[in-house]
Design a protein around this ligand. Structure first.
Ligand code: ACO
Length: 437
């Protein structure tokens, strides 16, 4: 089970308002800035705090992932992402995120066996696809099918039962590759390929995604490794929009499948997981290096609402460490596939170079994020653009379920319920319709 480091009081901040003062505890965790605990503020001073988009608010204590956005550091359970990306497998990372420590050989064997034995979907779930249009976006299919899982696995939706929570975690991690691959097969008009338990996690996903019954599918170890690395890099990222969505939905006691479906919906947006798809669209629209200056001018024009996709991050004000690993993986994949000149990559590198020197991006600390390169790798590996965000969702499922489990086990957990500053009409009396102007 996750070992929680509970924050400690390291000081007191005093807030004064309207002739009254409130001493507020200042809390610190194991790393990162201290936080003012404002839970008693309303009782003491009669005021709330205002923080739309939560840029200055910690919503929970968590011992899973740590980001230092200024230094470009990302840790899973204390381990630097660079070490995990180089040395571990995705299932090892999944175990680490879920249970708090890297598994020993026996623990990894039991975990792998558990995940492997849950990869098939209830056969009735197949029929869901018949209801979708052939051109349905795969994120729409993911969202619906994952939400529907609560109707198929009702034996693991009691959120108060630790054993059921664990089974639903296994189910989610094991079945999401099957759902993701089948969403693609439905779009492509190809037969669904069933999971194969003799393959590892990434091999199994690539097999279900790319194989057709007409010929054998051969795994390329460099691509399998790249797939595993992409999954590791996307596995968790502290309290981002989709994870916070999962936690907020989960705080009501909603079942885990419904919560993950909510996370998938939140990830879909182009400001979040949809950015990898948007990067490729952007590169295609730019088309040629010669068009970069005009595109950059458009991005800098506030009236255009055009953004440089794959750049910028709410927390990273330095290079996203995942982007560096992605760039390296990108070269490895292109070499393994014998792709010598990839115009998209050349264009992306030129765009990155120009943006990193431009005062607009430098002054706003806008650097490439994980999605800047992931789309190019996924495209080279034969994934259609619409599958980029579903693959992100596949990877992030382990983060979502780990954060959901941590939340349920947190004794401080209550239903999430933000307040507001009301700016509407003050109290007024009902006017009969014939007296309204
Ligand atoms: N292109 C151009 N300008 C940008 C970009 C960008 N990609 N990102 C931020 N800015 C500008 C903003 O317009 C703002 O300018 P201003 O101060 O003159 O008004 C300034 O930089 C600060 O940006 P915010 O919007 O305050 O940053 P915020 O934290 O709200 O947004 C976000 C972060 C959503 C990631 C944003 O940078 C963005 O939209 N990036 C492009 C989409 C993208 O790549 N998303 C993936 C994020 S990583 C992930 O989810 C895996």
């Amino acid at each position: 089970m996750p070992h929680s480091v509970t924050s400690k009081q390291v000081g007191t901040a005093t807030l004064s308002y309207d002739g009254k003062s409130a001493p507020l505890p200042v809390l610190a965790g194991s790393l990162g800035p201290a936080c003012v605990d404002i839970r008693k503020l309303q009782g003491e001073l009669g005021v709330f705090t205002f923080d739309p988009s939560y840029g200055a608010t910690a919503s929970c204590e968590s011992s899973i992932t740590y980001i230092d956005g200024d230094a470009g550091i990302l840790l899973y359970r204390g381990y630097p992402i660079e070490q995990l990306a180089e040395k571990s497998t995705f299932l090892e990372v999944a175990y680490l995120l879920l249970f708090g420590n890297l598994p020993n050989t026996a623990e990894l064997g039991v975990f792998t066996n558990g995940v492997t034995r849950h990869t098939m979907l209830h056969e009735q779930i197949r029929r869901f696809w018949d209801g979708f249009r052939r051109d349905a976006h795969p994120m729409a299919m993911l969202c619906s099918v994952v939400g529907a899982m609560s109707a198929f696995y009702p034996d693991s939706i009691d959120t108060q039962d630790p054993r059921q929570r664990e089974i639903s975690a296994y189910r989610m991690i094991a079945k999401i590759p099957t759902i993701t691959a089948w969403a693609h097969k439905y779009n492509a008009g190809q037969p669904f390929v069933y999971p194969r338990n003799d393959l590892n996690y990434s091999e199994n996903f690539l097999h279900m995604f790319h194989a057709v019954p007409a010929e054998p599918y051969t795994q390329n170890p460099i691509l399998t490794r790249a797939m595993d690395r992409i999954l590791i890099l996307h596995a968790d990222h502290e309290q981002n929009a989709s994870t916070s969505t999962v936690r907020l939905a989960g705080s009501t006691g909603a079942n885990p499948f419904a919560c993950i479906a909510a996370g998938i919906a939140s990830l879909w947006g182009p400001a979040h997981g949809g950015a990898n798809e948007a990067v490729l669209k952007m590169l295609a629209e730019i088309g040629h290096k010669d068009n970069i200056p005009a595109f950059i001018a458009q991005v800098k024009d506030k009236n255009s609402h055009v953004k440089l996709m794959g750049f910028g991050h709410r927390v990273y004000k330095n290079f996203d460490p995942r982007a560096k690993i992605m760039q390296q993986t990108c070269y490895e994949v292109l070499e393994a596939l014998g792709i010598k000149d990839e115009p998209m990559l050349d264009l992306a590198m030129e765009l990155e170079k120009i943006a990193l020197e431009d005062e607009y991006f430098v002054s706003r600390k806008l650097y490439p994020n994980v999605d800047f390169y992931s789309g190019i790798i996924l495209k080279a590996m034969g994934f259609p653009t619409t599958m980029f965000t579903p693959i992100f969702a596949l990877a992030r499922t382990v983060g979502w379920i780990s954060q959901w489990m941590e939340m349920i086990e947190d004794p401080q957990q209550r239903i999430g319920r933000p307040r507001q500053i009301y700016t509407g009409a003050a109290t007024r009396d009902y006017t009969p319709i014939d007296q309204r102007g």
